[in-house]
Design a protein around this ligand. Structure first.
Ligand code: UD1
Length: 363
């Protein structure tokens, strides 16, 4: 079976690494990567490829940044050509970015089976580009790999029942692999912080950065939080100039985006993490660090139900209060989103359902 996996943005590199390793280790299945070029800075792309030991993409589409339509359209045009030349048995696409939806749409229109990994997630907020990307991708996909039962239920509610499998989350596999090579004491020393006595923060979502007043409010919240412990904030390239323009609060250290190993070392030893990232909320949970999510909704509802994740508005006082609460609480920690062996389950399922060329057989 010949697979082509499309990646383009940071979370997809983390997700695909264990799957690429599993595909290359297994008989009867081969795989190549296509990099759309959505993320292109060294810290946003190459650093992840080298740290996660990802194979060189066979195709690099180099689409770069642009409006959603321009970016997605450029991907579609290039993907058509690659798919037609390569004739894969299945296209694998991860998550919810513009690269995700382009990968699925181009393949579906060419009649190539689509496998969507991280299927069924919903924020119920159609104002988020990621929500539109997820909904469209799920409805185009032939095989839908859900991290947990809640995601499978979301699909059922939308009438999608064929080709659905609950397999856990590939980021759990990646975390297991990354943590083996992490030097926590060195990372903490490099950043001049002590274990449990700092916060780790990331802010990059359009809804939190595009409006200056919203970002200013979040920064005021971080200023309050920084009175407890210092804050380390690796800034996404879209956020960095905006923060510097508004003004960096005292005891908040803005650093370049960090790779997976460094991020996980810091997350694991932080007093709490403040973020608007999707993937990071799960990693923070697995590392048993409390999380404050600066968003109105989360797709990772189980982390909130377990008491480890708090949703908070951009109001500075709410951010500080939720952080104080998070630091003080230590609820039970049930296993969520699999056991770190998701890649094996996905490859088993691909081989079982697509063993012969053509559309998958039903479950
Ligand atoms: C994308 C995903 C988001 C994911 C995030 C992970 C979509 C709609 N959003 O958001 O779901 O959480 O990736 O990081 O696909 N830029 C650079 N260098 C880069 C990449 C981006 O400078 O290597 C700047 C550009 O100004 C660009 C902006 O960041 O316009 C936004 O990048 P884009 O890829 O469009 O979206 P993200 O915010 O990264």
């Amino acid at each position: 079976m010949k697979t082509l996996t499309v990646v383009g943005a940071r979370p997809e590199f983390v997700q695909t690494a264990p799957l690429a390793r599993e595909i290359s280790a297994r008989p009867g299945i081969t795989g190549d990567l296509i990099h759309t070029g959505q993320h292109y800075d060294y810290e946003m792309s190459e650093l992840f490829f080298s740290q996660l030991e990802l194979p060189e993409p066979k195709f690099h589409l180099g689409v770069g940044s642009g409006s959603h339509g321009v970016q997605t359209g450029a991907m579609l045009a290039e993907l058509d050509t690659v798919y037609l030349g390569e004739q894969p048995d299945v296209v694998i696409t991860h998550g919810d970015t513009n690269s995700t939806v382009a990968a699925a749409l181009s393949a579906a229109k060419l009649g190539i089976p689509v496998a969507h990994v991280e299927a069924g997630l919903r924020s119920w907020n159609r104002g988020m580009p990621e929500e539109l990307n997820r909904v469209v991708t799920d409805h185009l996909a032939d095989l839908l790999y859900c991290p947990g039962e809640a995601a499978a239920e979301n699909l059922r509610n939308e009438g999608i029942t064929e080709g659905v499998a609950i397999v856990g989350d590939l980021m759990r596999d990646s975390l297991r692999w990354t943590m083996q090579g992490v030097d926590v004491p060195k990372t903490l020393a490099d950043h001049g912080v002590s274990s449990g006595e700092f916060f780790f923060a990331t802010i990059h979502r359009a809804e939190n950065t595009d409006d200056r007043d919203v970002l200013r409010s979040i920064l005021e919240g971080l200023a309050g939080v920084a009175q407890i412990y210092p804050v380390i904030l690796p800034a996404h390239p879209r956020t960095r100039p905006l923060i510097h323009d508004i003004g960096v609060p005292p005891r908040v250290e803005i650093i370049e985006p960090v790779g997976h190993a460094e991020a996980m070392a810091l997350v694991g030893d932080a007093a709490a993490v403040l973020t608007d990232s999707g993937g990071l909320q799960k990693e923070v949970y697995w590392l048993q660090t409390p999380c404050v999510t600066v968003r109105e909704q989360t797709e990772w509802v189980e982390t909130v139900a377990a008491g480890w994740n708090r949703l908070v508005t951009t109001d500075p006082e709410a951010i500080e209060a939720a952080t104080r609460e998070a630091v003080a609480s230590r609820p039970a920690h049930p296993e969520l989103y699999g056991d770190g062996h998701t890649a094996e389950r996905i490859v088993d399922h691909l081989l079982m359902s697509l063993g012969r060329r053509g559309k998958p057989t039903s479950e």
